[in-house]
Design a protein around this ligand. Structure first.
Ligand code: URA
Length: 238
């Protein structure tokens, strides 16, 4: 891909701006100034270790996946008012094409593991109910569990209010009278909250602990994010 096109698609600036930056010595590839930005290069994952723009390593090229420890109060949207999950990323990343989107959504009041990517195929593979990628939530409830919820959720077939299609089976592990871990393979709107509402309870706090084989790492504080390694991406489907 042409260097000016690559950098433009990563939000660094227009073709003209990249041409000026190249001429001024602001683009370095494999230790040498790259002054002709029409040069074509292979877009490989190791490019950030070989290329600098304005003295900084190149941003991750297209095909990235990252995880965010979503804090309370941030919305998974590109355009709503208030704090958005995309606000935690570098400004330039908003101008990337393909754009970075969340893989599914977490409610404003839900915390925990949120994945983002610019890879549409990967996004669909994670959210497709056919793939059975587990999403594991820890729910804190307003009222003690009745004791019948695990069997009901495991049987599948529960129909949420306003829907026709029954839910797939889901696994409930009771952690305390008012706390449970729920594993689901679908991603319907407000699904966990609505499942507990369907059994006469109310979710007070909801935290996603895991997606597939990938757990939210203990050292990732709320609001922090980092790129996934190739092994971590594979572990989503493990
Ligand atoms: N289910 C919900 O109700 N909310 C979330 O954020 C995720 C799953």
């Amino acid at each position: 891909m042409r260097v000016d096109r690559l950098l433009g698609s990563m939000g660094y600036g227009s073709r003209n701006e990249m041409a000026r930056l190249g001429k001024a010595g602001g683009i370095v590839l494999d230790g040498a100034e790259l002054t002709d930005v029409s040069k074509r290069i292979a877009v490989t994952p190791d490019l950030p270790s070989r290329m600098e723009v304005d003295g900084q390593p190149l941003d991750p090229p297209p095909g990235l996946v990252l995880m965010l420890h979503k804090p309370l109060g941030m919305t998974c949207s590109h355009k709503e008012d208030g704090a958005l999950v995309y606000d935690v990323l570098p400004d330039r990343w908003r101008r990337r094409d393909p754009a970075i989107s969340t893989i599914g959504r977490l409610d404003k009041a839900t915390t925990g593991l949120l994945l983002l990517t610019d890879d549409g195929d990967l996004l669909h593979r994670v959210i497709s109910p056919k793939r059975h990628v587990a999403k594991v939530y820890r729910a804190t409830l307003a009222r003690p569990l009745a004791g019948t919820e695990a069997e009901l959720f495991a049987a599948g077939g529960l129909v949420l209010e306003g829907e026709d299609k029954p839910l797939a089976p889901a696994a409930l592990e009771v952690l305390s009278p008012v706390e449970a871990r729920l594993t689901v393979t679908e991603g319907r709107y407000h699904m966990v909250r609505r499942m507990f509402a369907a059994v006469g309870n109310h979710v007070e706090a909801l935290h996603r602990e895991r997606v597939g084989g990938l757990a939210l790492p203990d050292d990732l504080a709320p609001g922090q994010w980092r790129l996934l390694t190739p092994d971590e991406i594979d572990s989503l489907f493990a």
